[in-house]
Ligand binder design. Sequence first.
Ligand code: OAD
Length: 239
Amino acid sequence: MGKPKLVISSGAGISAESGISTFRDAGGLWENYPVMEVCSADGFRKNPRLVHDFYNARRKDLITKFPNDAHKILAELEKDYDVYVITQNVDDLHERAGSSKILHLHGELMKIRSVSHPEYVEKLDLEHLETSPETKGENGDTMRPHIVFFQEAVPNMETAVEWVHEADIFVVIGTSLNVYPAAGLLHYVRPGIPIYYIDPNPADITIMEPQVHIIKAKATEGMKILKDILENKNKETDS
Ligand code: OAD
């Protein structure tokens, strides 16, 4: 028999202890920046320079940050589980921690894509992280941040739904479950499959009871607790 499939849906909270701001907590990014100006299709049409500058600042911040124990424990779980990471985060901390199967629902900060050919994506190199409305790709196209703005479709959602539907264990970590369609992934978990939700201030998902086990803790502590729970479960099955 293959390894059990552990699917995790991560949000900004998993990177909070790495020093990256979340969006909706007190002092979060959306308290300090007008979200519809820096992260919407309309905002980008109106003032692309402002949007490029916002993501330039996010990249400059990201390269000073490192994966924390929550990202690392998740990567280590690949020894015993077939781990699939679905993340709303645009940072690359899951990659740097060593997770191998990662789906970014809202894009990736370290990549840019063509305005006219959305499938044409380039990775930025660390020496040239600043972009502007004048930035051209190697193919000559005008490029934009590889971010899914509000008012845009989430192209990876279909794959995410497939992964969630196949999960033997589903974990949600560090997300306020405010943004759809990502927040709706929970509803694709098969009946009877355990769901663990790690967050110090979890959203109300009592509707999913009794399938959901809330671990009210920060990501690093919560992942340690989850690891213990999973190890104990394995011992029970072995004995
Ligand atoms: P939010 O800022 O909405 O929610 C962050 C969640 O992390 C909250 O539930 C916090 O309680 C929790 N949290 C805070 N510190 C934590 C810690 N140390 N450990 C674990 N959890 C912690 O962020 P998201 O739900 O990820 O989209 O936001 C979803 C999307 O909204 C983002 O991907 C972004 C934003 O607009 C785009 O930019 C397109």
